[in-house]
Design a protein around this ligand. Structure first.
Ligand SMILES: Nc1ncnc2c1ncn2[C@@H]1O[C@H](COP(=O)(O)OP(=O)(O)OP(=O)(O)O)[C@@H](O)[C@H]1O
Length: 263
């Protein structure tokens, strides 16, 4: 099977010429269609930069990204990114209005009534059918996260890019959202790339895990666990220890930005 997303020697440089450094440097990997890929690493290691390049929000300074064999250079409806933070809905539109608005951008000829009907379907999918007429300021953090997922799925992207999507939730809310995401992924089969610095989240959700350190891809791990994955399973604990040791070792190696500086 040909890889669905292919990232080849991707480099993104930030800063001025005499102080330039690589947000990510010569990163290459592939993602299969329908795969759930996790990307983990410490703060500042380039995870968001990677997602923003795939989303087309950043222009790479080197390398390329292919989606189903075609080069990606700007944003498109085939990719949808959910960023960090809870302010991602238009505050002047109701929840349903937000979803209709997103769908309208990719289904210009579809009648509003039909889009509203579809929006109701997606709200139901995430357990928010009762909340369609409410405005973002009336929703809790967890409800907003559900709304982000409903809106993302409503435009039927081929790749869903998730940047720390549940970072602002407490442990219980986070687990509930992870379960919902897995459920939706099972229904839609969308290819997902999830960025997180939470080891448990990465292990519970991902088929495969990329470990980033200082802008470079250091390790690729296949998740050996079957689903569903429970924290107290022996195999889960062992894999957790393995991934923690890798992250810890990279920290002890004390890689400096000198590794990634481009002059
Ligand atoms: N627009 C920008 N201009 C300059 N430097 C940037 C920009 N965006 C990111 N960087 C730098 O690039 C590096 C990688 O940032 P990035 O946001 O990709 O990391 P991250 O792994 O997602 O971090 P976190 O987990 O904290 O979100 C950091 O040193 C950051 O300061």
């Amino acid at each position: 099977m040909a890889p669905f997303v292919r990232v080849e020697n991707l480099t993104k440089i930030y800063g001025r010429t005499n102080e330039a450094f690589a947000g990510i440097k010569e990163v290459s990997f592939e993602v299969n269609e329908g795969e759930f890929l996790g990307v983990i690493g410490r703060s500042g290691c380039g995870k968001t930069t990677l997602l923003r390049c795939i989303a087309g929000f950043e222009s790479p300074d080197g390398g390329k990204i292919l989606l189903d064999g075609k080069s990606v250079s700007r944003p498109g409806p085939d990719r949808f990114m959910i960023s960090q933070g809870l302010d991602q809905l238009f505050p002047w539109l109701s929840l349903k209005g937000n979803i209709v608005f997103a769908m309208k951008t990719v289904n210009k000829r579809v009648a509003i009534k039909e889009l509203q009907r579809k929006a109701e379907y997606y709200l139901e999918l995430v357990g928010l059918s009762e909340w369609g007429d409410y405005y973002p300021y009336q929703l809790s953090g967890g409800m907003k996260q559900r709304a982000f997922l409903a809106r993302a799925l409503s435009v039927n992207p081929r790749v869903l890019l998730l940047d720390e999507p549940f970072g602002s939730l407490d442990a219980l809310g986070r687990k509930a959202m992870q379960d919902l995401l897995l459920q939706l992924w099972g229904k839609t089969g969308t290819t997902i790339i999830l960025v997180t610095h939470d080891i448990d989240e990465c292990i519970r959700l991902s088929d495969r895990i990329l470990v980033f350190t200082k802008g470079t891809l250091r390790h690729t791990l296949l998740n050996p666990l079957t689903r569903p994955r429970e924290y107290d399973d022996l195999a889960y604990r062992e894999f957790y220890r393995k991934l923690s040791r890798i992250l810890e070792r990279d920290k002890i190696m004390n890689l400096t930005w000198a590794d990634a500086v481009l002059r």
